[in-house]
Design a protein around this ligand. Structure first.
Ligand SMILES: Cc1cc2nc3c(=O)[nH]c(=O)nc-3n(C[C@H](O)[C@H](O)[C@H](O)COP(=O)(O)OP(=O)(O)OC[C@H]3O[C@@H](n4cnc5c(N)ncnc54)[C@H](O)[C@@H]3O)c2cc1C
Length: 483
């Protein structure tokens, strides 16, 4: 029988956005409920997206020994024959632990967890459809946070069978390591998986409608990544469209509009994601989603029904676990009038390809387009002692610095530890720091962080050359005409 329970806040979805909203409200002393589909505690982040893909990457890097090959030779392997079980063991272990941490956090903060599918009965009432009728509930809340995330978009006419033709949520459960694979879509997720499978020895073909990939990143970094992936036998088909995918008992055939046919053992689609709002009965709450299933919110994460908030992937860009968490926390604070700082625009981007890419701030193209004068400085890992020790000769760090006030405008990193290193630049930029701080700072030696100092010195030397030129010209103009 349905029972009714009253809450200060009901959160729908237990991914990073929902979790942080729930915990933040609970810490303010509010009575909070989280509703989650039974098998997905932690959301896409923990079960099928961020955590499994990053753990898979870590397992692949370790077992293939690829990070050590510059030192021990190209035949170096930690394990000769890597099996899906080797990879899944590590992923399942981490997922289990993460779910446990989340469950514990909810319990410790006295957040009630309801397992089942949530939908609106009205703007303050959520019904939970559990596995059987005894688990059905009706909850009422003063405030509601919708954090239901997204599901992979599946183009019409493609038969996804979860065996050979898979979407990006299913790929982590692939039960064989294909010798060849087509990845449709060269967005972040597509390229991350392309690089992971390439590292496993799979011959990957990436098919992308547009003429480029990752065009929000620094072009030099993207070029370096593309070069690296080609070296690992990745083929890029840019400006090409898939017309059909056929499946036989032994493999797949992907046909392109240009007439090309690509035979491969598996196909992974990574062609965008759609907001998970269909099952919510939004109309009952006075809400509607856009054509992509996404919800519109204001800068406090309120929907047009002011006591209903929405955070995370279901509100669209940037659709990252990192930002979803903060959106959740801020939504809870706004709901309960807790003073908050707005979300900063200075957000790092991490792309966990092999090798990894990360950046914060502006790109050279953006600065050029806006005619903002800047100087750049580069440090190559092969010139750092740490680069030699780690066997990373390809990595690089690039700084972009304003020539007007010497402030850091952007940091772009390719190679080992890029996603960690970027936070040094982020901190300097966030505090309005200049290149002088990095020139004067003493870093541990030997570290990758030292790249900041090397690149900063490179910037300073270039700026000094320009200044010397101007000084020489000024001196010349001051010289008496008959001298
Ligand atoms: C392959 C992949 C790799 C990624 N890698 C990264 C990365 O490296 N770094 C990064 O920052 N981000 C990454 N992301 C993005 C990240 O996973 C998402 O941004 C994040 O999970 C979004 O969190 P969320 O809280 O919005 O929702 P989600 O994590 O999507 O969780 C939503 C939850 O809501 C539940 N739900 C939905 N509808 C209902 C309903 N009606 N009733 C009850 N429950 C419901 C779902 O079951 C789900 O558990 C990756 C994503 C993918 C797919």
């Amino acid at each position: 029988m349905a029972t009714e329970t009253e809450y200060d806040l009901i959160v729908i979805g237990s991914g990073p956005g929902g979790q942080k909203a729930a915990v933040a409200a609970a810490k303010l002393g509010k009575k909070v409920a989280v509703v989650e589909h039974g098998h997905m505690l932690g959301g896409v982040c923990v079960n099928t997206g961020t955590i499994p893909s990053k753990t898979l990457r870590e397992a692949v890097m370790y077992l293939t020994g690829m990070n050590q090959r510059e030192l021990y030779g190209s035949s170096y392997r930690v394990k000769e024959k890597i099996t899906p079980a080797d990879l899944q063991e590590r992923t399942s272990h981490v997922i289990r632990r993460e779910i446990d941490v989340i469950r514990d956090q909810l319990v410790r903060n006295r957040v009630d967890l309801y397992l089942g599918r949530a939908s609106f009965a009205d703007a303050n009432t959520v019904t939970v459809e559990g596995r059987d009728e005894s688990e059905h509930r009706t909850l009422t809340g003063d405030f509601i946070v919708i954090a239901t995330g997204t599901t992979p978009r599946r183009p019409d006419g493609i038969d996804f069978d979860a065996e050979r033709v898979l979407d990006s949520d299913e790929i982590v459960s692939l039960d064989f390591i294909p010798t060849s694979m087509v990845v449709v879509g060269a967005g972040v997720i597509g390229i991350e998986y392309a690089s992971i499978f390439a590292a496993l020895g799979t011959k990957v073909t990436v098919v992308e409608k547009r003429d480029t990939m990752l065009d929000f990143c620094d072009p030099e970094v993207v070029e370096a990544l593309a070069f690296h992936l080609r070296e690992s036998k990745v083929t890029f088909r840019f400006g090409e469209e898939v017309t059909s995918v056929d499946v036989s008992p032994t493999g797949t055939l992907t046909c392109l509009a240009s007439g090309k046919q690509i035979a491969a053992e598996a196909v992974m689609y990574s062609a965008g994601r759609t907001g998970r709002t269909e099952a919510l009965d939004l109309k009952a709450a006075g809400l509607e989603a856009d054509g992509r299933g996404l919800l519109e919110v204001d800068d406090q994460f309120r929907t047009k029904v002011k006591h209903i908030f929405s955070v995370g992937d279901v509100i669209g860009f940037p659709a990252l676990a990192a930002t979803s968490m903060d959106q959740g926390r801020l939504a809870a604070y706004h709901a309960f009038d807790e003073p908050v700082h707005d979300m900063t625009d200075l957000q790092p981007i991490g792309i966990y390809t092999i090798p990894e890419v990360s950046f914060v701030g502006a790109t050279e193209s953006e600065l050029t387009e806006k005619a903002i004068p800047y100087e750049f400085g580069v440090s190559r890992y092969r010139e750092l002692a740490r680069g030699q020790i780690a066997g990373d000769s390809y990595g690089m760090l690039k700084l972009l610095v304003s020539t007007e006030d010497r402030k850091l405008l952007g940091v772009h990193i390719f190679g080992s530890s890029a996603t960690e290193l970027v936070h040094i630049g982020q901190a300097v930029m966030g505090c309005g720091g200049t290149v002088d701080y990095l020139v004067d700072a003493v870093f541990n030696y030997p570290t990758f962080s030292e790249a900041y100092k090397v690149a900063a010195l490179d910037v300073m030397n270039k700026m000094r050359s320009v200044e010397s030129f101007h000084k020489a010209m000024a001196d010349k103009e001051e010289e008496p005409a008959d001298a």
